[in-house]
Design a protein around this ligand. Structure first.
Ligand code: ZN
Length: 136
């Protein structure tokens, strides 16, 4: 079951510059950064009420975020929906003909398990399902 929006992820070219803008210009609460080798990104986290904004900078040229920035110049990358049972939700969406990019959950930031649905299934919006890990 989908519980809430967990975070909104934005692809950026220069994480340090953007962290300064989100923290000092927007005035958002900066929570820190984490590298996520599985996705070849460095992520910076901000709290906005009970939703998070995640800035994603590619760690290398073969990162999926690199390809996205090359194609679109950065910007809104995905919306993450918190679920209570990710395997059940992957199955449920597939039964409703949603094309999943991940048929099995994989490792995300903060030890969460995540799976992406294909943007073709939702008018070009990339949705991430996220089940929180122990430490988040
Ligand atoms: Zn995400």
């Amino acid at each position: 079951m989908i519980k809430k929006i967990d975070h909104i992820a934005i692809a950026v070219k220069n994480l340090n510059e953007e962290v300064a803008r989100y923290r000092d210009v927007l005035g958002l609460e900066f929570l820190g950064t984490e590298t996520v080798p599985e996705q070849k990104v460095t992520a910076a986290f901000f709290r906005v009420g009970d939703v998070f904004i995640e800035l994603l900078e590619p760690m290398s040229a073969d990162s999926p975020i690199s390809a996205f920035i090359e194609k679109k110049g950065g910007g809104l990358h995905h919306i993450s929906l918190e679920v209570d049972d990710i395997k059940a939700d992957i199955m449920r969406l597939q039964e409703k003909s949603v094309q999943m990019l991940d048929r099995e959950p994989r490792q995300g930031a903060h030890n969460a398990r995540i799976a992406f649905a294909h943007p073709k299934s939702f008018s070009g919006v990339l949705f991430e399902l996220k089940q929180k890990g122990d430490a988040s």
